[in-house]
Ligand binder design. Structure first.
Ligand SMILES: Cc1cc2nc3c(=O)[nH]c(=O)nc-3n(C[C@H](O)[C@H](O)[C@H](O)COP(=O)(O)O)c2cc1C
Length: 310
């Protein structure tokens, strides 16, 4: 995420106030050797792209936030890269810890999981197993190689409401990575609370678990400036994507949700004092059978020549 926004946008020929570079991802190399830096001028790419949407909705605040968090020069990029410090949660001691059980379930290939994935629009009020929940937590809290996350660090803490998990008492929890355990904050059934916190949507009362991915925004902004807001949002988005994919790999459904910011913080406090939610994701048993997606014909030929995604 350390790049000069204007330069990247210009190189890609993006239309201002319509398109923006979010992140640069290096693929295809795991070489430890650093490439030699060159100052060669690269001409603007003239890429053929499809119109992203037929209808356009204007959200001026998105552009204000984007501008407020841009990096304008190489010096700013270097300064930002050096400012990266991980967010560590305050130490807490809970009465009760539930270690994540180890699961050995085989999962389908990533390609098949991607085709299965689609937000679940109706959940049956049925349980998921603690093993399945553990696999989802394990996959979605694993290391993500990003320039703003040094040494296995993270900006995101996992809080969750367990409505119906076989082998785990209903209640609210925080995932304590150092103990690989769920730390119980409160016990008791709270389907109505999970639905209420997710903007009073019944969908999120019916789920088995709702994850709230939170960060300490004042620490992030103090250490990483406005760009820290992007970093926290981005990391939460990637982790939410991993929740989706790991859930679907287990035959469980998922759906992202909006939420009442302050009410979520209050619900998980005092543990979550000073934390802000970046995204919420409900996970549960779908109430219907959905058809898997398919690879569009125009991409089938290209995929045959690419390496298999397993
Ligand atoms: C950040 C985010 C917030 C969302 N909020 C809601 C929500 O409040 N209510 C809801 O029913 N679905 C919500 N969703 C699910 C979207 O409606 C769903 O992802 C979208 O329809 C795209 O469908 P797909 O995930 O199947 O591609 C949200 C998804 C995301 C990523």
């Amino acid at each position: 995420m350390s790049f000069v926004d204007r330069e990247a946008d210009k190189l890609l020929g993006l239309i201002q106030e319509k398109e923006a570079t979010i992140v640069l991802a290096a693929i295809g190399s795991d070489s430890k050797e650093r490439a030699v830096l060159t100052q060669r001028k690269i001409p603007e790419l003239d890429l053929q792209t499809e119109e992203p949407s037929r209808e356009v909705a204007e959200y001026p605040i998105i552009w204000e936030t984007n501008r407020a968090s841009d990096l304008q020069s190489q010096t700013e990029v270097e300064r930002w890269r050096d400012s990266l410090t991980p967010v560590r949660p305050k130490a807490h001691h809970s009465e009760k810890y539930f270690p994540l059980p180890y699961s050995t379930e085989n999962s389908p290939s990533l390609k098949d999981v991607i085709l299965l994935r689609g937000s679940t629009r109706r959940f049956a009020q049925k349980p998921v197993s603690f093993e399945a929940l553990s696999t989802i937590i394990d996959c979605s809290t694993s290391h993500i190689p990003m320039d703003f996350l040094p040494d296995e660090q993270t900006l995101i803490e996992f809080y969750l409401i367990a409505n119906d998990v076989t082998g785990l008492p209903a209640g609210s929890y925080h995932y304590d990575k150092s103990r690989n355990s769920l730390e119980q904050l409160n016990k008791g059934k709270s389907r109505h609370v999970s639905g209420y916190l997710c903007l009073e949507q019944l969908l999120f009362s019916d789920v088995s678990v709702v994850f709230f991915l939170m960060t300490n925004l004042s620490t992030v902004l103090r250490n990483m400036g406005n760009r820290g807001y992007r970093a926290a949002q981005f990391e939460a988005g990637v982790r939410a994507g991993k929740i989706y994919l790991s859930a679907y790999s287990l035959g469980v459904g998922a759906s992202g949700s909006t939420f009442y910011d302050d009410a979520v913080t209050e619900f998980f406090s005092p543990h979550a004092e000073g934390m802000s939610t970046m995204i919420a994701v409900g996970v549960g048993v779908p109430a219907y059978r959905s058809r898997p997606g398919r690879i569009l014909p125009q991409f089938q030929k290209r995929l045959k020549h690419a390496s298999p995604i397993e």
